[in-house]
Structures are given as structure tokens and as C-alpha cells.
Ligand binder design. Structure first.
Ligand SMILES: [Zn+2]
Length: 150
């Protein structure tokens, strides 16, 4: 048996169909997008049950040493999703490490050109770690205490 991993054509999350179950769920708040690095971060955030919006998976983080710049990430697709004015808030939930911070800074600068509230998860997450390893309570608090950037 071959298992082919598919990715949601809207958000980049892993999907069984052309779109993922979160993007297809009409109860999710289409006005808020949470930007994460990897699909496993979506799983971590879903576990907290703090977030009812949609996601956007970048596919990594900006890392000049590894030759990963903004063009290697799904940033263009994010900007396309924001173009129609439905989204009023973007929550940047990249990892609390060097690459994640660089990506958050890049995104917040890019997004200030739009009329969108841009927030970043509150500190308190283990610095240098991966978002997916944060426990539910810590991650949930980081969501509640998110702050406006840019
Ligand atoms: Zn999706």
C-alpha cells in the first residue's frame, strides 16, 4: 500500500482531499489566519482548542544559512489569501527560535502594508524550541496573550 501525502491547496496543511478538513469546516472563523511553519504546528495548536480560525502553513522558516528565503516559503499564497479583505487578523505563530523570529519579522513588515491586524504569540514559549513541543496550557496562554506587532 502506498500512502501519498497530499497538501491542502488553500493552506498547505496535510489533507486527504484537495483541501484539508479545517479549510472545509464552515464553523471555522474565516476572518482569522494563524501562520505556522509546519503542518505539525497545526496539530499542536488544535490541541489547545484556543483557536477557531484558519491556518496557513509556510513550509518552513527563513534561514539564510540553509538557503531558505521568503520565495521558498508559501508567503505569496498567503498574500493571495489576504487580498479579498475577508481576513481581519493574522496571527504569526512561527517557532520561538532564530529562524522563526526572522520569519515573523519579515511577515510583520510585509503585512503592515495591508489593513490587517497582525499579532504574534505572547512570550512564555520555550525559547529556541519548537512550537509543537510546547504543552497545551503554555501554547493556549500564548494565544490568549498575543500582541499586536508592526
Ligand atoms: Zn487547508
Amino acid at each position: 500500500m502506498r500512502d501519498k501525502v497530499k497538501f491542502c491547496e488553500i493552506c498547505g496543511n496535510v489533507a486527504e482531499q484537495s483541501t484539508c478538513s479545517i479549510c472545509r469546516d464552515p464553523r471555522r472563523d474565516a476572518g482569522v489566519i494563524c501562520v505556522v511553519e509546519e503542518a505539525k504546528d497545526v496539530v499542536a495548536i488544535e490541541r489547545t482548542r484556543e483557536f477557531r480560525g484558519l491556518y496557513h502553513v509556510l513550509g518552513g522558516a527563513i534561514s539564510p544559512i540553509d538557503g531558505i528565503g521568503p520565495d521558498e516559503l508559501r508567503i505569496r499564497q498567503l498574500m493571495q489569501r489576504l487580498a479579498d479583505g475577508t481576513v481581519t487578523e493574522v496571527i504569526i505563530a512561527t517557532d520561538p527560535n532564530l529562524e522563526g523570529e526572522a520569519t515573523a519579522t519579515y511577515l510583520s513588515r510585509l503585512l503592515t502594508t495591508l489593513e490587517i491586524r497582525v499579532t504574534r504569540l505572547a512570550s512564555g514559549l520555550p525559547v529556541g524550541g519548537d512550537l509543537e513541543y510546547a504543552d497545551e496550557v503554555t501554547l493556549g496562554r500564548a494565544f490568549e496573550g498575543r500582541r499586536v506587532v508592526g
